[in-house]
Design a protein around this ligand. Structure first.
Ligand code: FES
Ligand SMILES: [Fe+2]
Length: 338
């Protein structure tokens, strides 16, 4: 059900501190913590002694001590001390997961450890560049991650789901082009001479209509970057417009819940914390509008697993994306290079 050989965002780096953080990822209990040397680590959140969650323990230096009977584990999962006895038995080992911090996120690899190549971490320079500022957050939805992929790839829903925030008439009425290049699906929509959304209006101070674009890039299993922006209609002048990237990393928590690590990067108002907070607030409202639909959608899907779905024209990108994801799942199931 899940692609395992992939880097998933396990959390924002700022979330991982000395206090152990429990997080379920691909339906596995994981504990994240940061040792005294500053290195973040991820272990199976289950002590091999009596199965107490290690996240109830405490960090000592770079090690994690179980809060039940005190076994002490290093960040590779090796037990280095059993209180009250001189030797450490062979069973005293816990699985550790490769964890790499990049782009202000901590990336975890839940699959074959030998395949965990940090060069495969999604490229996200907007979160680490002096030319961009960003707002960010996390939303947890009660749905399978594929429903959230569908949602983010078909922005025609914004017209109806997000009437009060980012929705405009033009997202539903302008067609998309969808293409697949190797491991990426691209979905593009141009909206000429269109009304700006309320959010765009607030960000760009546009006086009239705008020429807008939405260019979505999807890479399985759940990485979606949306290049979106607007310029005054007919001006073709990027200096009078706004450029944004809506960055979405989806990490399944279980088969019916998903973490959405999102960031909204902008090329304007770079030193403006009020703009950062304003956008964060608006985007949180927006994604909670999605959550309202998706959580209930999952209830329907769970209740009627056999019901057939239909595709409309704007779903061509979703169809390509699902095919790409299926290929990846099949390749992994057959042990091929995924
Ligand atoms: S359950 Fe962890 S030390 Fe006993
Ligand atoms: Fe949405």
């Amino acid at each position: 059900m899940f692609v395992k050989n992939a880097w998933y965002a396990a959390g924002w780096s700022e979330e991982i501190e000395a206090a152990p953080l429990p997080r379920r990822i691909l339906d596995q209990p994981v504990v994240l913590y940061r040792g005294a040397s500053g290195t973040a680590a991820a272990l199976d959140d289950c002590c091999p002694h009596r199965m107490a969650p290690l996240s109830l323990g405490t960090v000592e230096g770079d090690r994690l001590r179980c809060g039940y009977h005190g076994l002490l584990f290093d960040c590779a999962g090796t037990c280095v001390e059993v209180p009250g006895q001189a030797t450490v038995p062979r069973w005293a080992k816990v699985r550790s997961y490769p964890l790499v911090e990049r782009w202000r996120l901590a990336w975890i690899w839940m699959g074959e450890p030998d395949a965990a190549d940090p060069d495969l971490i999604p490229h996200c320079p907007w979160l680490d560049s002096p030319d961009w500022a960003f707002s960010h957050g996390t939303v947890t939805y009660g749905c399978n991650y594929v429903l959230l992929v569908d949602n983010l790839l078909d922005l025609s829903h914004t017209t109806f789901t997000h009437k009060g925030t980012i929705g405009t008439e033009s997202s539903a009425t302008n067609p998309v082009t969808s293409t697949r290049e190797n491991g990426t699906v691209r979905i593009e929509r141009q909206m000429k001479d269109a009304a700006p959304s309320k959010l765009y209006q607030a960000c760009g101070n546009f006086e009239g209509n705008v020429d807008r674009w939405q260019k979505i890039a999807y890479e399985p299993p759940g990485n979606i970057v949306i290049d979106a922006g607007a310029v005054p209609a007919g001006s073709n002048d990027r200096s009078r417009g706004i450029d944004t990237r809506i960055i979405n990393y989806l990490t399944p928590e279980t088969g019916e819940s998903v973490f959405h690590f999102w960031a909204f990067a902008r090329d304007f108002a770079l030193d403006d914390p009020a703009m950062t907070s304003f956008i964060k607030e608006k985007i949180e409202v927006t994604f909670n509008e999605d959550k309202r639909v998706l959580d209930r959608q999952q209830e329907m899907v769970t209740a009627r697993p056999q019901q057939r779905l239909f595709d409309k024209q704007a779903d061509t990108g979703i169809v390509l994306a699902r095919r790409l994801l299926d290929e990846r799942l099949k390749a992994e199931a057959h042990g091929a290079d995924a």
